[in-house]
Ligand binder design. Structure first.
Ligand SMILES: NC(=O)c1ccc[n+]([C@@H]2O[C@H](COP(=O)([O-])OP(=O)(O)OC[C@H]3O[C@@H](n4cnc5c(N)ncnc54)[C@H](O)[C@@H]3O)[C@@H](O)[C@H]2O)c1
Ligand SMILES: O=c1ccn([C@@H]2O[C@H](COP(=O)(O)OP(=O)(O)O[C@H]3O[C@H](CO)[C@@H](O)[C@H](O)[C@H]3O)[C@@H](O)[C@H]2O)c(=O)[nH]1
Length: 435
């Protein structure tokens, strides 16, 4: 099929390349000329495992091209909209400026009979509003909403082999079109839920709200564990054995970040308020607050480990991205901790395998290094805040030899406390024994 993907960021670039990998004829459109130039030359504008390989192969096969000109999307049968829906400045609501702008410029070129498919995460009611606008414009194009559930770091796999597909449609005929797009996944037995616009939009935000709730639940237990000297990792293992609860997404630590969970729960709460249902999801404000308190906890722990004040003390911050295997620093707890320690006068040196360039662009006041060894050299405290495998695999004795004094905060509870304490470390986890 001929497909266009409008917006080539973390979602759209992967979607475009993955659709081409599946055999479709794809054009990716973005207003960012630098991004388009990189993508067109087969280079990913961000770090995502597996993306460069499928970009290159699809471009070489002639099934994938990129453009800044919306007119190049005109002959597609299916158009995906994957532009950003960030948090509005000064409000917790979603900023729909980009969706509206992309939709309008696309509607001006979309052929009659083509299907415009929203993928961006939007407040419930957006699709109905855009569908009405489309009717009014009389383009003869139709609208569907097909939310995306990919995880960064696994984005290619999640796009090609999703857990489920959700189609929000107004016309049952559109199901066939979407089935043709996703023929490979459907053939492999991927469940698909066909529903209305509002349910499709809500599935997406409620999935993220549930995941955020799971993480803040375990972090709330970590707070209690910290008070009574209990161990939240053992607690998570124990409750996780109950299949109704499940162990996944019960990792206590410095909390959730990224371009999705934080802004999506805030936008959901804001939308519920507009709908007169603020109380239905008022717990999400608490989920957000618990999450943000974990960052305070790491900063407070750093101060207490250093005798009450971080001022002038050398601290190595290991990790800047919001999760491993990504270069994404949007709402990253790790970067926030580095910035706050620096703000308190600490001599911070921050490192990350993929996140230094983005972090430096946003916070040029911080000192960065690409080298873990350099970050650790002469540090009085190491703070692990993103669980990259290279940090999980650090050898305690080597780290102790490099540092001025062996102190470590394991902000993701991924190190073996016994091994680190044996090597002489003052080890602190998050709601964990010795923490
Ligand atoms: N990143 C993820 O893992 C993920 C997963 C599921 C859903 N989502 C949702 O997908 C959407 C996109 O997220 P993202 O992380 O890819 O954001 P992003 O900021 O990485 O990418 C958005 C892209 O849209 C482009 N853009 C903005 N206005 C445009 C226009 N008028 N025409 C063409 N391009 C335009 C921007 O230049 C940018 O490249 C959001 O709604 C997000 O919530 C993201
Ligand atoms: O037990 C856990 C699991 C995750 N996290 C943190 O939670 C954040 C989000 O992690 P994850 O959900 O893996 O990352 P995303 O790539 O942001 O993916 C989420 O957001 C996407 C955008 O909406 C959705 O498509 C995905 O389904 C949803 O998992 C990260 O900061 C993680 O460190 C924890 O603190 N503890």
């Amino acid at each position: 099929m001929r497909i266009s993907v409008i917006g080539c960021g973390y979602l759209g670039a992967v979607h475009a390349a993955s659709m081409a990998e599946l055999g479709h004829d794809v054009v990716g459109i973005d207003v960012d000329a630098r991004k388009i130039e990189l993508l067109a030359s087969g280079r990913a504008p961000f770090f995502e495992p597996g993306l460069p390989e499928i970009l290159t192969s699809a471009i070489e096969a002639g099934r994938l091209r990129f453009s800044t000109d919306m007119a190049d999307a005109a002959d597609a049968e299916v158009h995906f909209i994957g532009v950003g829906t960030p948090q509005q400045l000064g409000s917790s609501a979603a900023d729909l400026t980009y969706v509206d702008a992309a939709f309008r410029s696309l509607a001006a070129v979309a052929a009659p009979g083509s299907l415009i498919v929203g993928k961006s995460t939007v407040p419930v009611g957006t699709a109905a509003r855009l569908a009405a606008e489309l009717d009014e414009l009389g383009t003869g194009a139709r609208l569907a909403w097909n939310p995306e559930f990919l995880r960064e770091g696994f984005a290619v796999k999640d796009t090609i082999e999703p857990d489920r597909l959700v189609y929000g449609v107004a016309d049952p005929a559109d199901v066939e079109v979407l089935d043709a797009v996703y023929a490979a996944a459907i053939g492999a037995g991927t469940p698909r839920i066909v529903t209305d616009f509002a349910t499709a939009e809500l599935v997406k935000v409620s999935a993220n709200a549930f995941l955020a709730t799971k993480i803040s639940f375990i972090n709330a237990m970590a707070e209690i564990a910290e008070t009574v000297g209990a161990d939240v990792t053992q607690l998570a293992d124990a409750i996780g054995h109950d299949a109704r609860i499940g162990r996944r997404f019960l990792n206590a630590g410095v909390g959730f970040g990224g371009g999705c969970l934080p802004k999506d729960i805030r936008a959901f709460a804001a939308r519920a308020e507009e709908l007169g249902r603020a109380e239905s999801v008022s717990f999400l404000r608490e989920i957000d607050a618990i999450n943000l308190r974990r960052r305070d906890r790491v900063v407070d722990l750093a101060a207490s480990l250093l005798g009450g004040d971080v001022h002038g003390r050398r601290i190595a911050v290991l990790g800047l991205t919001f999760k491993p295997d990504s270069d994404d620093i949007r709402d990253s707890p790790a970067l926030d901790v580095a910035v706050r320690l620096h703000g308190l006068g600490a001599d911070v040196i921050a490192t990350d395998p993929e996140g230094v360039a983005n972090s430096r662009a946003k916070h040029p006041q911080l000192a960065f290094t690409e080298s873990t060894d350099e970050a650790l050299a002469e540090a009085e405290l190491a703070v692990l805040v993103t669980e990259w495998s290279e940090y999980r695999e650090l050898v305690p004795a080597d780290v102790a030899a490099a540092m001025r004094s062996p102190r470590i905060i394991d902000g993701r509870n991924v190190l073996d406390p016994a091994a680190w304490m044996e090597a002489g470390f003052d080890y602190r986890g998050m709601g964990r024994h010795a923490g």
